[in-house]
Design a protein around this ligand. Structure first.
Ligand code: 3HC
Length: 322
């Protein structure tokens, strides 16, 4: 790098860091370090993929919802997730990537999506548990992202968090009905909690001392709290909710620690987490097959939309030339 260029980069980096330190938003046209841009594309695109893949486990229950009301609510929730994916893909596109590139990265295994969506939804109670625990964990992780240093991501998170909050409540309401229902319904609710508890704790990512990205992301104010801090907050909020439902959190080591003012909880199976991240989750192959099929089947829509846009542009050019 030439001397002048290096001096300029240093000045730009200094100005960027000062803006971040002052809690000002970084906007798409602002200068930003390449590594900051790459980190945002990685995180936002993975987040978008999680929203879209996350439509699958719940989508599987739309036709089997136990009443018309339950069906309408679930349908709206799944559509919300699709909307979240779109806001997030758009936010990532402001960083110079494209929807096509992000989708190809997912399909080729170069981009990740949340481990949680690689577990199957076996009963209707799973829809309650997903809303309560999975959306509950998502809110815990996403509320701080509303103050993320990158403007488009932070603004997308405002609406997403409002909708996730509704999702969490609808899940908790399903759990309330199931846990207060017949003995068989209560067993289903407990079974769903047993299966979703540990994967929900894994959603927050590896422990801080094994997280390669957290320290730098916190310095850049992309992440505002660490994986372990958010996980602890989630446990502290959720355990009393399980108690209110009359359900038992499947962790024999769970104990209130008065000195810390928090719950101590048992060891997470990080080997399971690593395996699911590697693509070995119970229904990982089905999830990716469904996404690839949806992309292939939608090819004609993309072609038609592109052809229409090209035709419109050609007409506009003709009019301008006339
Ligand atoms: N599933 C899959 N991969 C995970 C993961 C998880 N639960 N947790 C961490 N990882 C991956 C990271 O992506 C990273 O891999 P990479 O470097 O190849 O990208 C690696 O494990 C190490 O983890 P780090 O903690 O160092 O990585 P991050 O700093 O990126 O933190 C994160 C991970 C907390 C998930 C962060 O990316 C984040 O906050 N993302 C935004 C929120 C998000 O993606 N949520 C998805 C949840 S589901 C959802 O929102 C849908 C809703 O409808 C329920």
């Amino acid at each position: 790098m030439a001397h002048d260029e290096q001096t300029l980069t240093e000045a730009l980096t200094e100005a960027f860091e000062a803006r971040v330190a002052a809690d000002a938003f970084i906007e798409p046209k602002d200068w930003m370090p390449d590594a900051y841009r790459r980190t945002l594309v990685r995180q936002i695109s993975q987040h978008a993929h999680s929203e879209i893949v996350g439509m699958l486990p719940e989508g599987a229950w739309i036709a089997r919802a136990p009443s018309l009301r339950r069906k309408a609510v679930l349908l709206a929730k799944v559509q919300d997730e699709g909307g979240h994916g779109l806001y997030l893909y758009s936010a990532a596109e402001t960083l110079g990537t494209s929807r096509q590139d992000m989708t190809e990265a997912l399909h080729e295994g170069r981009a990740k999506y949340s481990t949680i969506f690689n577990y199957p939804t076996l009963t209707w109670a799973d829809i309650g548990a997903i809303g309560w625990l999975v959306d509950g964990a998502a809110i815990m992780n996403q509320v701080p992202l509303q103050r993320c240093s990158y403007g488009p991501y932070a603004r997308a998170m405002v609406r997403i968090c409002k909708e996730e909050s509704f999702h969490q409540r609808q899940g908790f309401e399903i759990m309330t009905v199931m846990a207060g229902g017949t003995a068989a319904q209560k067993r289903m609710a407990q079974d769903a909690l047993d299966r979703w508890w540990w994967p929900s704790l894994m959603m927050f990512g590896p422990p801080d001392d094994q997280s390669p990205n957290t320290a730098q992301s916190i310095r850049w104010r992309i992440k505002r709290e660490s994986n372990d801090e958010l996980r602890q907050k989630f446990v502290d909020v959720t355990v009393p909710q399980a108690e209110a439902l009359g359900l038992t959190v499947p962790d024999p080591d769970l104990r209130w620690n008065a000195a810390r003012g928090s719950y101590d909880f048992g060891a997470i199976d990080w080997a399971e987490f690593a395996a699911v991240v590697r693509g070995e989750g119970p229904v990982a192959k089905e999830r990716m097959a469904a996404r690839r099929a949806a992309w292939d089947e939608g090819a004609w829509v993309r072609e038609a939309a592109l052809a229409h846009a090209e035709k419109q542009a050609a007409r506009a050019a003709e009019r301008a030339a006339a």
